[in-house]
Design a protein around this ligand. Structure first.
Ligand code: FMN
Length: 329
């Protein structure tokens, strides 16, 4: 039976929801969001500065990140015993208002409640993975997690698709535009003042060995950061592309929710993930990521998944007092 009544949240429940939202992954750990707490939920707003960054993929990545925060808030509401309703881009006059998440008096979705325990332990893992592949049954669960949020996780489990993707990733890694690299290095530099990606989360510098150059990029390429070391990475990790049917802001927000749902599910199954988005950041290579697929979707994220050899620390988050804005009644 469906109810549609709102559920009121007290102050400590509001903070549980906001903290879960803030634990979401975000592009370069920019945390490009702010949250407005309401009596019955929260609003997720995209940060106007990050959303207007000049890189081609900034608008998309900011919405993806905010979508992940939306998903975490639904998970927290389920843990608090509530249902939830999400209204995506509810105000045509305010495109930075990504979503309004409302607690309802429906019974909580047990599947969401179950995922709450992984919110704080999920992390992006840029360390080498063990060579063994992920069992088909677990991959099917991840595929289903994306599908439930309206996206498709295209598993690259057959040739020539897999080889094609390896080639695209390597090509994008080797030919990365200098401006893109400079922009990334500037964001990673400790001088920016914002906690971006700490050294311990960057993983070791990948050793490049042809012909099996691993499909990983060094997020701090060109920066001389002490204490990283270098390592050989697995040359053939499980790769998958998260896709959506359309390529508009609403799709990016859905992709962010799907991403977070499958990442939490993966964490629960001991699967680590990092991202190989470099071909998506290059306007010329981006179409390659979807071509060749039986069903053409719009690629939003490229995932590298596997069993970790090391666990990075939790990456820092801005204090909640910085990201939470005064509530509305
Ligand atoms: C839209 C989006 C794009 C991302 N792109 C990359 C990427 O290309 N390479 C990478 O290593 N990590 C990427 N990340 C992961 C973030 O850097 C990571 O979420 C952030 O540093 C916070 O760390 P955590 O995930 O461990 O909490 C991306 C995350 C999001 C949400």
């Amino acid at each position: 039976m469906q109810h549609t009544g709102h559920a009121m949240l007290n102050a400590s429940e509001q903070l549980v929801v906001a903290a879960a939202a803030a634990a979401a992954p975000s592009v370069f750990n920019t945390q490009p969001w702010s949250f407005v707490l309401t009596d019955d939920g929260l609003e997720v707003h995209a940060d106007p500065h990050d959303a207007s960054m000049p890189t081609a993929s900034a608008a998309r990545d900011v919405r993806l990140s905010c979508g992940a925060a939306v998903f975490n808030s639904r998970v927290a509401l389920a843990r608090l015993g509530h249902g939830s309703r999400v209204s995506v881009l509810p105000d045509a006059g305010d495109p930075l208002l990504v979503a309004r998440v409302t607690a309802t008096d429906d019974a909580p979705d047990p599947a969401l409640d179950e995922l709450y325990r992984w919110v704080d332990s999920r992390r992006t893992n840029r360390y080498p993975f063990r060579p063994e592949g992920i069992p088909a049954g677990v991959l099917a669960l991840l595929h289903d997690a994306a599908r439930r949020e309206g996206a498709t996780l295209r598993l690259l489990d057959g040739e020539p698709e897999y080889q094609r993707m390896l080639t695209s990733i390597r090509h994008a890694t080797w030919t990365e535009d200098e401006a893109v690299r400079d922009d990334r290095d500037a964001r990673l530099s400790p001088r920016t003042g914002r906690p971006a990606i700490p050294v311990g989360n960057l993983g070791p510098v990948p050793r490049r060995e042809l012909p099996d150059d691993p499909p990983v990029r060094d997020m701090a390429e060109g920066l001389d950061l002490p204490g990283r070391g270098s390592a050989a990475f697995e040359p053939h990790p499980d790769l998958a592309v998260l896709e959506t049917a359309d390529d508009v802001p609403g799709s990016w927000i859905a992709a962010g929710q799907a991403l977070q749902r499958l990442l939490l599910e993966a964490t629960g199954h001991g699967i680590a993930a990092s991202f190989a988005n470099q071909p998506l950041e290059d306007a010329e290579l981006r179409p390659d990521v979807s071509s060749g697929a039986a069903h053409h979707g719009h690629p939003q994220m490229v995932l590298r998944m596997g069993y970790a050899t090391a666990q990075p620390p939790v990456s820092p988050r801005r204090p909640l007092s910085e990201v939470v804005r005064p509530g509305r009644g």
